[in-house]
Design a binder for this molecule. Structure first.
Ligand code: SF4
Length: 365
């Protein structure tokens, strides 16, 4: 397994728009049980993780974990995946006190700070939970003082009531914090969330959302953080290696409830229920037929601006993309990809309309 993902399914509350699996306000006993099982699984999987180059702690809110829990977790990961050189962790600003920043940066060399928006009214409009603690500026200061060199900010746009002008202001405030990386996703009404119920029946304004996506590309690109994936921007050299590897078909092991794994052939997903996961519920296996798998890997790589070289695709899949020549030619004729003998990459239009690219590759006969 070339990459390791650990899901910490705990949050201080539940945001109205959130479809990720997490337990709001966890009791300390559940956190200990989760930790014990993760430690056990790390030891069990250590032989498969020997060459893992990246580790990603996601959630949930991994930075909510108590400092002693984080320390034990980090020590176990260091032992199980000794070759990992990019260690990322998601953090919510309110958790990042100077003490927590010191613990996070004692192991992680990338922190993704979930700011979402600097505008309290916009956060309120999607039911983002606020908590007592440091705000984004203070959290960034604490992380930088602790020595962090690779800071990411996570933002959301197309929030109810947001105009391009408000989005520009959020982007400018984010840039004032001098991050190395920014992720910016439009808010999506996921099935079953309170936010989705609230906006039910209201038409989505795709044109506005697209205009904001373009604005992000312009402003962040001009500030030295060009887009390198549909929703991700970075100073050159600070692109997320973990995510880039996953988009390019590399194997990954996911530990924790709701975590996904891929061994190059099969994909499996752990149950999205802490109690059932602790009780040893088996993961759901998804045995993907060869052609479907090749189509999926191909389409995921086309989320990134660099796309694929023929060599990289063959290394990742052990196969060639020639079986998709007809689809790739069709996408090229529609102006969605640029196609050469040994490389394929999305155009800007192909990134904006990536769903069309995906549909053509995944649902091809
Ligand atoms: S903090 Fe993040 S993971 Fe937790 S509920 Fe809010 S959006 Fe979901």
């Amino acid at each position: 397994m070339r990459n390791l993902y650990i899901h910490a399914p705990f949050c201080a509350g539940k945001c109205d728009y959130c479809a990720f699996y997490s337990e709001p306000a966890p009791d300390p006993a559940s956190v200990r049980l989760w930790l014990d099982r993760i430690l056990f699984q790390l030891e069990e999987n250590a032989p498969r993780l020997e060459n893992a180059g990246t580790v990603y702690f996601g959630g949930g809110t991994p930075s909510l974990l108590p400092e002693d829990v984080l320390r034990r977790l980090f020590a176990a990961v260091r032992e199980a995946a000794p070759a990992a050189s990019e260690i990322s962790i998601e953090a919510n600003p309110f958790t990042v006190t100077p003490e927590k920043a010191a613990v996070l940066t004692s192991f992680a060399n990338r922190v993704s700070l979930g700011v979402q928006s600097f505008d309290p009214a916009l956060l309120n409009a999607v039911g983002r939970r606020g908590h007592a603690g440091p705000g984004p500026e203070e959290a960034v200061r604490n992380l930088r003082n602790a020595g962090l060199r690779n800071l990411g900010l996570d933002l959301m746009y197309a929030l109810p009531g947001e105009t391009p002008e408000l989005w520009r202001r959020d982007l400018e405030r984010a840039l004032e914090l001098e991050p190395e990386h920014i992720s910016a996703y439009s808010v999506t009404p996921e099935p079953g969330t309170p936010f989705t119920r609230r906006v039910a029946g209201q038409p989505e304004d795709d044109a506005l959302s697209e205009a904001m996506w373009e604005l992000a590309g312009e402003i962040l690109g001009a500030a030295g953080l060009p887009r390198y994936e549909i929703s991700n921007y970075a100073r050159p050299g600070f692109e997320s290696r973990h995510n880039s590897n996953v988009w390019h078909g590399q194997t990954y092991l996911g530990l924790g409830p709701a975590a996904c794994s891929f061994d190059g052939t099969d994909r499996w997903t752990q149950v999205s229920d802490l109690r059932a996961w602790l009780d040893g519920a088996p993961p759901e296996f998804d045995r993907i037929p060869r052609r479907a798998r090749l189509g999926e890997v191909l389409m995921m790589g086309l989320r990134t601006v660099r796309g694929w070289t023929r060599e990289e695709f063959e290394d990742a899949t052990g196969d060639a993309w020639d079986g998709f020549a007809e689809q790739l030619n069709g996408l090229s004729e529609r102006g969605l990809v640029t196609l050469a003998a040994d490389a394929v990459a999305p155009t800007e239009r192909g990134l904006a309309f990536w769903n069309d690219v995906a549909e053509s590759l995944v649902f091809s006969p």
